[in-house]
Design a protein around this ligand. Structure first.
Ligand code: MG
Length: 335
């Protein structure tokens, strides 16, 4: 019989997280799962009610009733990956290439040149800016970023906050040659095949939160060139099959979640890099710095744009996971 335990936590953002969220503390839970074959694995459950998820209390109460949301199914799937490596007493990152990460800027208008210069010196080659809160000011910021040439590519993520008109207005403020150093624009506005196709002519688009709205069966020529994969939030195998079939580039990112979620995302990114090296672009897994440090932080050693292997078995953190207080969710789900 499957047994599940939860350990609730709060993450404290150090600044507002783009157009998506306020900087109030965010709630989630780590899950510890023991399967009938005695294998034990850990993963993170970190809902984003802003994206339509239930809150953590609701998610946990649904697990008690064996009603598993897609989010919880992914948590189980990741925990099983961890369990296999722990059972083999193996570090999950062993033998996998390290994947470079982008430099995340959650508040571009308050990000100084010095911070960007330091990122470049540290070895970052891409910057991802969360935009959409004040498009006119941000367009000026983007134009300046490209003009003074930080020698890094720029990714912009609007979290679908614009209208198509606002998007085209934004882009007219960026001169054509400079635009070539925008690696892609992620979720500029809500998904609409025709409007996305027009925007994709202006700058390469990347699909992230709008993923669920795409009808893959009828889609002939995709109006985007990059697929953002969040192992914590979507069925990875299905999404990956689409990317491989259509020869799309892939960016693996965390769900701006707990360190355990970040380690899982890095583990997935390393595996994909090993198996599909030409498709995998820089990842977005260094999101831990947007939150106040906690007891997991010391295990996450960052060297420039790379997260080093987290020590321990599975995805790591053995000692700190052991010390947490775990509450068993009873009755155990049947899954
Ligand atoms: Mg995104």
């Amino acid at each position: 019989m499957l047994k599940v335990w939860a350990s609730k936590y709060k993450l404290h953002p150090l600044a507002a997280i783009g157009s998506l969220a306020e900087n109030a503390p965010r709630s989630g839970a780590l899950l510890k799962i023991k399967w009938s074959d005695e294998r034990v694995g850990y993963a993170d459950l970190f809902p984003w009610p802003e994206l339509g998820d239930a809150d953590i209390e609701t998610e946990l109460s649904r697990i008690r009733k064996s009603q598993l949301s897609l989010l919880v199914e992914q948590t189980f799937w990741l925990a099983r990956r961890d369990a296999e490596a722990r059972f083999a007493k193996r570090n999950a990152f062993e033998g996998l290439p390290r994947v470079k990460n982008h430099f995340l800027v959650t508040d571009p208008l308050r990000t100084t040149d010095m911070v960007l210069d330091q990122a470049k010196l540290a070895g970052f080659t891409t910057v991802k800016a969360k935009v959409g809160q004040s498009p006119a000011d941000e367009a000026r910021w983007v134009e300046r970023f490209l003009r003074i040439n930080h020698q890094m590519l720029l990714r912009l993520d609007f979290n679908s906050s614009l209208t198509p008109d606002q998007f085209h207005e934004f882009m007219t403020m960026i001169p054509g040659p400079a635009r070539a150093r925008i690696e892609f624009v992620e979720d500029p506005f809500p998904y609409d095949e025709g409007e996305w196709a027009k925007a994709n002519q202006v700058v390469p688009l990347a699909l992230d939160q709008e993923y669920a709205k795409v009808d893959w069966k009828t889609l002939k020529s995709a109006p985007f060139q990059v697929l953002v994969l969040k192992p914590a939030r979507q069925d990875l195998d299905k999404a990956l099959a689409q990317a491989v079939e259509r020869n799309m580039k892939i960016v693996v990112t965390s769900a701006l979640d707990h360190a355990v979620g970040i380690a899982h995302a890095c583990f997935v990114a390393g595996e994909l890099k090993k198996n599909f090296s030409t498709l995998v672009l820089d990842s977005g897994c260094l999101s831990n710095k947007i939150y106040r440090a906690n007891e997991f932080t010391p295990s996450m050693e960052i060297r420039g744009p790379y997260l080093l292997e987290v020590p321990g078995t599975g995805i790591g953190f053995d000692k700190v996971l052991e010390k947490l207080t775990w509450e068993q969710l009873a009755p155990a789900p049947k899954a």
